[in-house]
Design a protein around this ligand. Structure first.
Ligand code: SF4
Length: 341
């Protein structure tokens, strides 16, 4: 994780969770799974928990990192941030309330663009449907409601998720209040600075595109990487961006450039941005990045993005990050920042 990334289609990575379990053939040589084992051996914090050896591995047990929730708030220069390069945010073991805390960070840092990529788009569709449900909401000036009271005062999907988050945080320490939330900041639904994507490695998993298509999002994208077979005809309605690429590593499965051309041609015809990451091979650079004599580095049209925070906002963001150190501290931080308003 860091504020720089070698992944060509992003600027930085942020991992509020780490660890995962394999779900489909694209996971067979998961780089994150291998890297987690190495990081555990090196004693890097965050990789202590082992996953199920049948589907995961050493250091790759699903782990929540509430102490990392505030990190993007400290990055004041706008950047594209790949969320959970070492995990899958919509893994079944990530509680709804924790997802709300991640969404709240993205909501509170509108100067960044967050790229969320999952192989579990069915859960993402269900969760985001709750987030966009603000029926009956008003911006509530009350500042001090416990989860049970929030559940009654805010019966919308978003309100219930906020209550889930408060439950996850635990009760505030003496002298502090519960945080409040700008319920209707994005009343019309999806956060404009959050791109949602799903992986499609072969034709069998094209059904994931349907789940994604029905998920409210400013930008929906596909990652066809590692591409393991021809995808055939694609319905790109509602999709703004497609990434394709081959696998790298000693056991890489070779890429047929014909599969990539078929995707690219459909993107060109549909006016969808296309990004070709790599041919693949023993190393990520082995096969280069060209397709038919050129590179393909297209991105979706920029969504309207607020400017970087003001100096006062930057100071507040930094303060937030320093105090954010675990669920109890996260709770203190939210309460403290609330008290200071
Ligand atoms: S879903 Fe992603 S992070 Fe999880 S095992 Fe598969 S490739 Fe790795």
């Amino acid at each position: 994780m860091g504020d720089k990334s070698a992944i060509q289609w992003t600027d930085a990575t942020w991992n509020p969770t780490t660890g995962c379990d394999r779900v489909s053939p694209g996971c067979a040589h998961c780089y994150a799974l291998d890297l987690a084992a190495r990081l555990q051996k090196m004693g890097v914090a965050g990789y202590e928990r082992d996953g199920d050896p049948r589907t995961s591995g050493p250091g790759f047990g699903l782990t929540l990192h509430p102490d990392r929730l505030g990190i993007p708030l400290a990055w004041t220069r706008p950047r594209r941030i790949f969320v959970d390069s070492m995990s899958d945010l919509f893994h079944a073991d990530v509680p709804d309330g924790f997802l709300m805390a991640v969404w709240k960070t993205m909501h509170d840092a509108p100067w960044h663009t967050f790229q969320v990529l999952t192989k579990r788009p069915e859960r993402m569709a269900e969760w985001v449907a709750r987030w966009v449900d603000v029926e009956g909401e008003t911006n509530d000036p009350d500042r001090d409601r416990d989860p049970a009271a929030v559940r009654i005062a805010h019966p919308s999907g978003r309100g219930q998720l906020f209550a889930d988050m408060l439950t996850q945080m635990g009760p505030p320490p003496a002298g502090f209040t519960y945080p409040r939330f700008a319920w209707l900041r994005y009343a019309d639904g999806a956060l404009p600075n959050v791109w949602l994507g799903t992986s499609v490695e072969n034709a069998r998993f094209k059904s994931r595109i349907e789940s994604l298509r029905w998920t409210p999002a400013a930008v929906r994208f596909l990652s066809c990487e590692p591409l393991l077979g021809p995808l055939g005809e694609l319905d790109l309605d509602g999709i703004s961006w497609v990434i394709a690429g081959g696998e790298s590593g000693s056991a890489h499965r070779p890429l047929d450039l014909g599969w990539v051309r078929e995707i690219r041609d459909q993107c060109v015809e549909a006016g969808v941005a296309f990004f070709f990451k790599q041919v693949g091979g023993r190393t990520p650079k082995s096969g280069g990045r060209e397709l038919d004599g050129r590179t393909w580095d297209e991105f979706p049209a920029p969504t309207e993005r607020p400017a970087s925070p003001s100096p006062a906002g930057q100071r507040a963001a930094f303060g937030r990050r320093r105090q954010w150190g675990g669920l109890a501290a996260m709770s203190r931080l939210a309460h403290a920042s609330e008290a200071g308003r």
